[in-house]
Design a protein. Structure first.
Length: 344
């Protein structure tokens, strides 16, 4: 979401808008606070609220990037209430793949906050349907993919041996299944390699799993990559793997399609709303290393299928360019600014 926020700010500035970003993940000061649970939350939250209050006094609209769980309660909801107190319209841009369970647990608090927003936007029909079931209206503004940065002049290749996972090292993204699937693939294709691009709390655990499986020589953990490094990783990869257990509209899938990289993904959440099995990706059940490995091997063995997914993906991703999404977002902004605070 941080990369999406930075990209959105750049694109809005290209349209002549004056954009300021208030980070929720600013560096800790002093740095040692990062090692102190609970206290570190306050050291991050208080500067965030102060900066947001100050900025809200001189802006025309607040665009809130929101997620589930504590991210909502600590950052999104306070931003909504600050916008209300400052009498500024706010637009909530919700991205959480765990929306249904989160709404079930916290519906009253979420609804109370959303009553004071000018608009709720979501990136997919999957999330729009979930909010609708709870009686909350949302407009669809898809995620935007930078097809200039994420591109590949020569996307079609015969050998498909370099695998890439570009999800953070967190339980919901199930990198463990991807590693087990790669272990199966590696037995059939000893020259295969796996790159895992991301950071998170499971880094040590996953590195140990790789060591225990005897894959240390062919699995590489890069840590968090910036957008240019990530674009390079997609261009160098032959297959992109998305092993997540919960998902909405993963930007990693859009980036892979734009980069001409065939995709193997779990069939969860909003993923089938973005890619079609056998046409723009191969979809497998979640938590099944065997099914994932079989799909990977299928692409390795069938270059025609692999190239077909690439061709179809390059066409499909054109739906998510800034030229397509900006008019939708602009209409949301214009409508939000025309509303009186609290009119929603």
């Amino acid at each position: 979401m941080a990369n999406q926020t930075r990209q959105l700010a750049e694109l809005l500035r290209s349209e002549g808008l004056d954009v300021s970003i208030v980070q929720t993940n600013a560096s800790y000061r002093p740095a040692w606070i990062a090692s102190v649970p609970v206290v570190r939350a306050a050291f991050r939250l208080i500067p965030y609220l102060f900066a947001l209050w100050k900025l809200a006094g001189r802006c025309d609209l607040i665009h809130i990037m929101a997620n589930s769980g504590w991210s909502w309660h600590l950052f999104a909801a306070p931003a909504i209430w600050i916008a209300k107190l400052r009498k500024r319209p706010s637009v909530v841009n919700y991205h959480g793949g765990e929306a249904e369970s989160f709404l079930t647990k916290s519906f009253r608090a979420i609804r109370l906050s959303l009553r004071h927003t000018a608009a709720l936007i979501v990136p997919s029909a999957f999330l729009e349907a979930i909010f609708s079931r709870f009686g909350l209206a949302a407009e669809i503004v898809p995620n935007t993919i930078d097809t200039e940065r994420f591109s590949n002049p020569c996307p079609q290749r015969k050998l498909r041996r370099q695998l890439l996972v570009s999800r953070n090292l967190e339980p919901i993204y199930d990198n463990e299944t991807a590693i087990h699937a790669f272990s199966i693939v590696h037995q059939a294709y000893p020259d295969a390699t796996l790159t895992i691009a991301g950071s998170g709390p499971l880094a040590t655990q996953l590195a140990k799993l790789v060591e225990d499986l005897g894959l240390a020589e062919c699995v590489r953990f890069t840590g968090r990559l910036d957008r240019n490094e990530m674009a390079k990783a997609y261009r160098e990869a032959d297959i992109s793997i998305n092993p997540s257990l919960v998902d909405n509209m993963p930007i990693s899938i859009l980036e892979a399609m734009a980069s001409g990289t065939p995709i193997v993904s779990t069939q969860v959440g909003g993923v089938p709303f973005v890619v079609e099995n056998g046409k723009t990706a191969l979809l497998v059940p979640p938590g099944s290393p065997e099914a994932m490995a079989a799909a990977i091997c299928k692409l390795m063995d069938d270059s025609d299928l692999s190239n077909q997914l690439v061709t179809n993906g390059l066409l499909e991703v054109q739906k998510y360019t800034w030229q397509k999404t900006w008019p939708l977002l602009a209409n949301v902004y214009l409508s939000a600014c025309s509303l009186k605070p609290g009119a929603r």
